[in-house]
Design a protein around this ligand. Structure first.
Ligand code: ZN
Length: 494
């Protein structure tokens, strides 16, 4: 990459990427104030001119300097642009994500990582974003990207990701959602309703009831009208279920606002992890309350009907999915507009045509662990022995790692990897659902497992396979995500 008389390029030494800057002595002197080097020297060109070079580690300070010089390596705010989120758990898949996005003209949300993922992989928000900026530079990609700090639950989460420079913030207030409100008796509901955080909700319970009861809210629905009417019972259920979560979202959103001052950022609220699907009435209620409390979201993640299990296709009734998605889309358009966000969105090939058709222009689809499985596919191809070790280790920690997910994995359907010949490993463990789920949820254990001497059990070996077969890795990731985009109805650019 050229910047005036200076040339910037990336090289790789062992497992580490390094930034090399080459240029005339005086100009390089200026750059040395910004970029710290670990090695410096002279070069004689064929024309007899003397140039100097500096080899700089890809540390945070140098990556910050890179972002100042090449602003396209910095994430940006996207507003209502439809987007696909792609997570990179190892930090080496992003070039593949960029290639898929370029091919299909998609706006990519890179560095999409939840706090849970960062804890499980032992990476910080800063490291995740730094890896992405380097990948963007490496690909010479200037089309712009967003960075999603996913599933933030606390003020600390918000601050850590703000400091790292994220531009999109997904607030997950699920700890404050009261799922029991779906089945509580009326007396319990009334008591819980009284105890809601009315101070934060900016009104009294009485005032609140007046806002919603004895009214009919009309949502335009493609030539028809979707009518939303609250009975006292349905209002109490919605309020008890979601109001504390809304108050928490408002708290974090206001904190973000104070951090950004006049700067802008993208905001999402996610209530995708509830037991029961979000009803149109609940959706309307959440949107209406956010609006009343002055919080504007660019996207909202709901719990849609059916099952969105990790790493496998959608499980459920496609007709019902489409019908309810349409209702949600009308509400999102009327109450925002904001995008509908679909989490655990990878590998849901049967619903992509519906998503493309119903909310294509207002969709934020999040895929995350699916790129990790493509990395393991590369391992299966190049080092079957290591791949078998990973499967065996995953079988040992699956029961613990699966707890935070809703999965229907049948472990008895997974054979002992030692009984599976090399050429069938991919088919058995990476193409079939049970194997995919096993490997998908144990990523944290695999990527952080250490030997007794403190060295990595798998991480280094996985990384070196990905690095040695870099192009093949990027292409695997790009073509897998490309299949997602194609199924959404996007066409590949020539
Ligand atoms: Zn989610």
């Amino acid at each position: 990459m050229k910047d005036g008389e200076l040339t910037f390029l990336l090289i790789r030494e062992g497992q580490k990427r390094k930034l090399v800057i080459i240029g005339p002595t005086e100009r390089l002197g200026e750059a040395s104030k910004e970029f710290t080097a670990e090695e410096e020297g002279g070069l004689n060109t064929e024309e007899g001119e003397t140039l100097r070079y500096r080899i700089c580690p890809c540390n945070h300070q140098n990556i910050e300097a890179l972002r100042r010089r090449f602003p396209y390596t910095k994430p940006k705010v996207i507003g209502l642009t439809p987007a696909i989120g792609m997570g990179d758990r190892i930090g080496l898949a992003t070039p593949g994500h960029i290639r898929a996005a370029v091919r299909f003209g998609v706006f990519p949300v890179l560095a999409q990582q939840s706090i849970r993922e960062m804890i499980r992989t032992g990476r910080t928000p800063r490291e995740v974003l730094d890896d992405v900026s380097v990948a963007v530079f490496q690909e010479g990609y200037r089309g712009g990207f967003s960075a999603d700090a996913d599933h933030l639950k606390t003020i600390e989460d918000v601050e850590a990701t703000f400091k790292a420079g994220y531009t999109m913030y997904t607030i997950d207030p699920s700890d404050y959602v009261d799922g029991e409100a779906d089945s509580d008796d009326l007396e319990t509901l009334e008591a819980k309703f009284k105890r809601l955080p009315w101070d934060e909700l900016g009104c009294s319970g009485e005032e609140f009831l007046k806002l919603y009861l004895d009214k009919s809210f009309k949502v335009p629905a493609g030539g028809q009208t979707l009518e939303i009417k609250f009975s006292r019972e349905s209002l109490l259920r919605a309020a008890v279920k979601y109001s504390a979560a809304i108050a928490h979202t408002v708290r974090l959103a206001r904190h973000l606002q104070s951090l950004f001052k006049d700067g802008s950022f993208d905001l999402e609220m996610s209530v995708d992890e509830t037991e029961n699907p979000t009803t149109p009435l609940e959706h309307f209620f959440i949107a209406s309350e956010l609006r009343r409390l002055g919080v504007k979201v660019q996207s909202l993640a709901l719990r849609y009907v059916g099952r969105f299990e990790k790493a496998i296709d959608y499980i459920g009734d496609l007709k019902e999915f489409e019908r309810t998605l349409r209702e949600h889309a009308f509400i999102a358009k009327h109450m925002g507009p904001y995008k509908l966000s679909v989490h655990s969105g990878s590998d849901k090939f049967s619903i992509y045509p519906i998503l493309g058709r119903v909310v294509g222009g207002m969709l934020h689809l999040k895929t995350s662990g699916t790129s990790y499985l493509e990395a393991l596919r590369l391992v299966a191809r190049h080092d079957p022995k290591l791949f078998r070790e990973i499967v065996e280790y995953s079988l040992g920690c699956f029961d613990r790692d699966r707890r935070s997910y809703h999965l229907t994995t049948d472990l008895s359907a997974i054979p002992n990897p030692r009984d599976v010949p090399d050429e069938e490993l991919e088919e058995v463990f990476l193409n079939r659902g049970d194997g995919r789920q096993l490997l998908h949820v144990t990523y944290g254990s695999i990527l952080t497992a250490k030997r007794s001497d403190g060295s990595w059990l798998f991480k280094d070996r996985i990384r070196s396979i990905l690095i040695e077969n870099e192009e093949e890795h990027y292409e695997l990731v790009a073509s897998h995500l490309g299949r997602h985009m194609k199924a959404l109805g996007l066409s590949e650019k020539a």
